[in-house]
Design a protein around this ligand. Structure first.
Ligand SMILES: *Cc1c(COP(=O)(O)O)cnc(C)c1O
Length: 345
């Protein structure tokens, strides 16, 4: 029996990326482990990063923070990017979570209930979460981190990067002694003046490169693999799969692989998706099915039971994302719960 599609997570590569980012930025790394550590499993990822010295983590949702607190115990700082909603104070406090306060009413709510430590988000130009610089509040008790988020960190030439950086530099002067956190993964690669006091990377911990391209300094962490379950020869003129998505213009050898969109293979892999099989990069043929894909293996020696890699060390995630018309973030967070996570290292 072939193995089911699996997501292999290389924890040693994760550690290497953590130290690489810290070295590039020259300041501590506060890992972003939202969305179950981008789908890799927040428990295993955060535990590993703690052994490497990480003591402060960011999640998006309150529920993610609660789960992470259970896993990690009382020691690390866990910040919740969503902030502090009307019904969140007691839950945040019960799990000793720290909200990233994004609006004046959140600050009032948190301070009004003797909230405890928190972070403050200033919106320096993304117009997503946070308080505009001109509305930045006076320093308040328990404020540990002031942060802002880059809108275009994956494009070093976008003028918004330097304008956000200047705005952050200026506003953060209001908060002497408070840790300044500005750069996400992409920002870490923009230069030393983007590092401030602490980095907040996500995707590059997990192997995604800056500018949406593979980077030699980072190691692939996640490998999405599945097995060939049948080989077939398609005569010239016949079609393959739903909606006759592919017509064989000459006799074509196919490997049918037990992985599909229910496992997280995006349907946008049609028509340009590729996988690594039989020591070669080969096109996915026709539509993605729920549980299966077909791969052109004409001229290769491939047998049932052989492994196919959708992304990983042989098929860099940024390249796989580009051919599916998306970004590494979406590929990695799309691997579904049907796919077991296998930890190595
Ligand atoms: C998701 C997120 C990050 C991490 O972003 P990457 O691009 O994955 O490094 C950092 N900060 C904030 C506020 C975020 O929402």
């Amino acid at each position: 029996m072939p193995s089911p599609a699996r997501l292999i997570v290389d924890l040693n590569a994760l550690s290497a990326n953590f130290h690489t980012l810290a070295r590039i930025g020259g300041v501590p790394v506060h890992p972003v482990v939202k969305a179950d550590a981008y789908g890799l499993g927040a428990a295993a990822v955060a535990r590993k990063l703690m052994t490497e010295g990480a003591d402060t983590f960011f999640v998006a949702r309150l529920s993610e923070g609660e789960a992470l607190r259970q896993t990690l115990g009382s020691r690390p700082n866990i910040y919740v990017l969503d902030g502090c909603g009307p019904n969140d104070v007691l839950r945040l406090q019960a799990a000793r979570l720290r909200p990233v306060l994004n609006a004046p009413e959140q600050i009032r709510r948190w301070l009004g209930s003797d909230g405890g430590p928190s972070a403050l988000q200033i919106d320096t130009g993304m117009n997503r979460l946070g308080i505009r610089p001109e509305d930045a509040p006076e320093p308040f008790p328990g404020l540990e981190i002031v942060l802002s988020h880059l809108a275009c960190a994956d494009d070093p030439f976008d003028a918004l990067n330097t304008s956000q950086r200047s705005a952050f530099e200026l506003v953060s002067r209001r908060y002497p002694g408070v840790v300044r956190s500005f750069a996400n993964a992409g920002g870490t690669f923009l230069g030393a003046d983007f590092a401030f006091d602490a980095l907040r990377p996500g995707i590059s911990l997990y192997g995604g490169g800056p500018e949406g391209r593979p980077d030699d300094r980072l190691r692939p962490v996640a490998a999405f693999r599945a097995d060939v379950i049948q080989i077939r020869d398609v005569p010239e003129g016949e079609t393959v799969g739903y909606a006759r998505g592919f017509t064989a213009e000459h006799p074509t050898a196919l490997a049918i692989v037990s992985v599909g969109y229910a496992d997280g293979v995006l349907r946008s892999n049609y028509p340009n998706g590729k996988v690594w099989v039989g020591d070669a990069l080969r096109p996915i043929i026709g539509r993605i099915s729920m549980d299966l894909i077909a791969v052109d293996i004409t001229g290769l020696k491939v047998s049932p039971g052989d492994t196919v890699e959708l992304f990983g060390p042989y098929r860099m995630i940024d390249d796989a994302a580009a051919d599916a018309g998306t970004i590494a973030y979406e590929l990695i967070t799309s691997v579904s719960t049907r796919v077991p996570r296998v930890y190595v290292g």
